[in-house]
Design a protein around this ligand. Structure first.
Ligand SMILES: C[S@@+](CC[C@H](N)C(=O)[O-])C[C@H]1O[C@@H](n2cnc3c(N)ncnc32)[C@H](O)[C@@H]1O
Ligand code: SF4
Length: 432
């Protein structure tokens, strides 16, 4: 079990209470005091060499075919991001013809970021941050530091979602960046605009290894013995500049998706990392990519599943108050967050999700006619933003700028009365 091993290595810093003012919200996660406007983007980056090859008309290789070979060393069965409709070589037109599904180079993507900065300027506020959510692992992209610097030059924070294998394996770190895993962690930590949203789904090594691999007739696909690598990665992170006196505001553990396989551990994971000065966010499956399959599976045990989710969320809010992470009043004003424990989500009101092929979506949580808006390679970002339901959400109701709940998962991965049920159960637990 990783828990016993990590317990020995990582000291508890918050035993009964967190430090005064410590927030469970990693840098770049949430826009505070937002007014209606564009403050953040979820963003994708693919190495320019792969983009060039993909964009050649006669190319045999494309981002979809190279996803497993070059973009992601893992193979999670639930991955919302691995979507052929976004990464295939060709895309269908309305008249039935096909054309090249052009991917964006780093220069193309940064020109979209510059458009976002201009929009924010016109709106009278800063453009604050981006989050990398795929495809695959930004940490193995050989342009990683060029990308981090491009954001740093513009004064923008970047949150990188990662499984972090390259932070715990010298072999992988040498292969992709020509340095040891520890040197790589230290170098990334030295950029103050970077935060990591580090995946953590189970303390049980066997279960965790199964979660990030897929087994078929050809064998196991994805990095094996990942849990052991993850342990070293976490140790390297805790020993780096990301942490000051055992506490961080730049690393967060993410238990996503919460699934029937790991929900019984979710509270334990939450408590373990909070006690060690590290933020944690958790949420059930998105309704996009292979996440749709997850949500369908959960429908078979819907009542029991929803009851368990409500119980977990309510228990975490009770714990947050006990630990001094949140006050009871704050929970009432902010409302229940879709990513439990953390600051709520306002991404679907103050941001957009830009895919590597230019598609602009509401957020990563859904991919359908209602939530895929346009392509930024065809239409200026300003026009897309101004017509978007995301911007309208912030204008229609200022509470959405604080907590937009989850327009992707509400009524799908979450029952329609989810937030009310969590609040009721939290009230009950408080009395006990
Ligand atoms: C698609 S991954 C990309 C970045 C990186 N490869 C990683 O796994 O962290 C971004 C985050 O989404 C989570 N995730 C993947 N599929 C999901 C799903 N169906 N529902 C909720 N979260 C999901 C991952 O565990 C990870 O925390
Ligand atoms: S969730 Fe992340 S690590 Fe897993 S397959 Fe998707 S991109 Fe790769």
């Amino acid at each position: 079990m990783s828990k016993e091993k990590l317990e020995k290595k990582l000291p508890v810093v918050f035993k009964d209470k967190v430090a005064e003012g410590w927030k469970n919200s990693v840098q770049g996660w949430y826009v505070e005091n937002a007014t209606p406007g564009l403050y953040m983007l979820d963003i994708e980056h693919i190495p320019d060499t792969i983009v060039e090859e993909h964009n050649k008309e006669e190319s045999e290789e494309n981002v979809a075919s190279r996803y497993r070979k070059d973009l992601c060393p893992h193979k999670c069965s639930f991955c919302f991001n691995e979507q052929n409709e976004v990464y295939a070589q060709e895309k269908a037109e309305v008249d039935g013809s096909t054309k090249t599904n052009k991917m964006m180079t780093l220069e193309d993507t940064m020109s979209i970021i510059d458009q976002a900065i201009e929009i924010a300027e016109e709106e009278g506020h800063d453009f604050e941050c981006v989050k990398f959510l795929g495809p695959g692992e930004l940490t193995i992209n050989t342009q990683l530091f060029e990308i981090i610097e491009a954001y740093a030059e513009r004064g923008i924070d970047i949150g990188i979602f990662t499984k972090g294998a390259v932070f715990g394996s010298d072999e992988l770190a040498q292969k992709h960046h020509g340095m040891t895993a520890k040197e790589l962690v230290d170098k990334i930590a030295s950029y103050s605009n970077v935060s990591l949203i580090f995946s953590f789904q189970s303390f049980d090594d066997k279960k965790q290894d199964e979660i990030v691999t897929t087994t078929d007739e050809e064998g196991i696909k994805g990095v094996q013995n990942y849990s052991a690598i993850r342990e070293t990665a976490i140790e390297n992170l805790f020993a780096s500049e990301f942490y000051q006196n055992g506490i961080t505001e730049r690393v967060c553990m993410i238990n996503a998706p919460i699934m029937p396989e790991n929900i019984d551990e979710s509270f334990e994971i939450y408590k373990f990392f909070i006690e060690r000065g590290t933020q944690v966010v958790m949420t059930p499956s998105m309704v996009s990519g292979k996440g749709c399959g997850q949500v369908e599976k959960q429908k078979l045990i819907e009542k029991e599943w929803h009851d368990k989710l409500v119980e977990l969320y309510a228990k975490i809010y009770t714990y947050n108050v006990e630990m001094g992470i949140q006050t009871d009043e704050q929970i009432r004003t902010e409302g229940i967050a879709s990513y439990v424990g953390a600051a709520p989500c306002n991404q679907a009101s103050v941001g957009l999700y830009i895919r590597a092929n230019g598609l602009v979506q509401m957020c990563p949580g859904r991919f359908d006619e209602e939530t895929v808006y346009a392509n930024v390679q065809d239409v200026p970002l300003k026009e897309i933003w101004e017509k978007s339901p995301n911007r309208q959400r912030g204008i229609d109701d200022p509470q959405n700028l604080v907590n937009n709940k989850c327009p992707a998962k509400d009524g799908r991965a979450f029952p329609t009365d989810f937030y009310e049920r969590v609040m009721e159960r939290y009230e009950e637990l408080k009395q006990q």
